[in-house]
Design a binder for this molecule. Sequence first.
Ligand SMILES: Cc1cc2nc3c(=O)[nH]c(=O)nc-3n(C[C@H](O)[C@H](O)[C@H](O)COP(=O)(O)OP(=O)(O)OC[C@H]3O[C@@H](n4cnc5c(N)ncnc54)[C@H](O)[C@@H]3O)c2cc1C
Length: 445
Amino acid sequence: MSGRVLDADVAIVGAGAAGLCLAHRLACPPPGLAPPGLVLLQAPEGPLRAPPRTWCFWEAGAGRFEEAVSASWGRLRVHDPRGAATVARVAPLRYKMIRSADLEALVARELAARPGAYACEAAVHAVRDVPGGAEVHARAGDGSPLLVRARWVFDSRPPRELPAARTTLLQHFHGWFLRSRRPAFDPDTVELMDFRAPPPPHGLAFGYVLPTGERTALAEYTVFSAARLPRSAYAHALRRYLREVLGLGEVLVTGEESGVIPMTDGRFAGRAGAAVFRIGTAGGATRPATGYTFAAVQRQTRALAAAVHAGRKPRLRAPHHARARVMDAVVLRALAAGRVEGAELFPRLFCRVPAERLLRFLDGRTTAREDLAVGLRMPLLPMLRTAAELPRLPRRPPAGPWPPPAPADPPPADPPTANPPTADQLPADDLPAGPAPAAPGEGAP
Ligand SMILES: Cc1cc2nc3c(=O)[nH]c(=O)nc-3n(C[C@H](O)[C@H](O)[C@H](O)COP(=O)(O)OP(=O)(O)OC[C@H]3O[C@@H](n4cnc5c(N)ncnc54)[C@H](O)[C@@H]3O)c2cc1C
């Protein structure tokens, strides 16, 4: 093959949450350990590059990526559909937000400071085992062939399809970074699930509001259901939520974020070869019943980096332990079968389980006794019935490719105006999105 050839101990394919966190952990080992030779392959600008996004998670104290944390909160609030609110302090934890661009910049700085670490833009088209390691075949940003030979390859490219499962739902959402004219947000309180949001045609929906100041926030309309909505439906529901529920008048939209996250009890194959491992969502790190992934990515990348630093063969453990997987499978099934109302279940859990314990539960860090206590706070009969039927349900392959395409928008009712007014002249129900990330609507991994 003509073109460039790179040799490294480790190659990481994809520079999203998993690729970046693993690169950082490998390049910055604990004192006394040497970093491996490392190549991080990031998709060039274009359809393979994941659009910018925000990652939220929770932890106590300052964490490894603190420098990239752009906001954090001490309280979470959940509203049930009738408007009853539960507000909970999460101390000693804090709910934190990292923007992907900030994590990219942090990791780029660390890699630039390590002689054995190298990041490059390349579209990977094949990863395969070879004797003594694996090869990554790619096209560099200028179109020339690139071959990376490594002892271990960690591949975070999104799966082409989801695994066979008893239940597959989607978590799909659209959000705006916005500025309101008057103070409208409590900067220390996240609106985690607001079920006063307009209901979708199928499934359940809630508002999710991350205030970054008294007048600024990321506000999202999130749906759990079997299929995506046309793009305009999210914007329409979000406008209604902001206006009718939050009582916001005019807002300026300065950015947007969209996504679709798998919620499945299917088993992702972590191993793709003797020297090739899948990480991140592709490696099963997404928590089936919530879509949260970032925390499991930390557990996964911490363990892999420790093995590489110690010169051991990496082992990919299940990102979520067996009890958590079973409980999530029951919740997913009960939601999909309509046996429990998500809009009642989640506020009920939040109201009856201390928030700090609930967050530890979602991270899989609760004891069996605590898990049982959480389970007992759920509607028992429908959950027990669902648990009993689960072993008899077949695991079916998913209906189509991943990510599922969004349905087309209906044609606009009015022709577009020649000279539309600027965003800050518009009332909330007319607001366009501001500077948009690449490929809006396709935030999916
Ligand atoms: C908009 C959005 C917001 C989210 N927010 C949260 C949150 O707040 N908290 C949370 O826990 N989870 C969140 N998630 C879920 C999950 O954390 C993210 O999807 C996360 O980005 C998954 O990390 P990943 O590394 O597995 O995949 P990605 O971050 O999608 O990374 C995959 C990488 O592979 C690259 N790639 C793809 N194909 C190729 C190729 N052929 N060659 C080279 N590179 C390639 C992509 O460009 C991308 O950078 C969110 C998901 C989305 C979509």
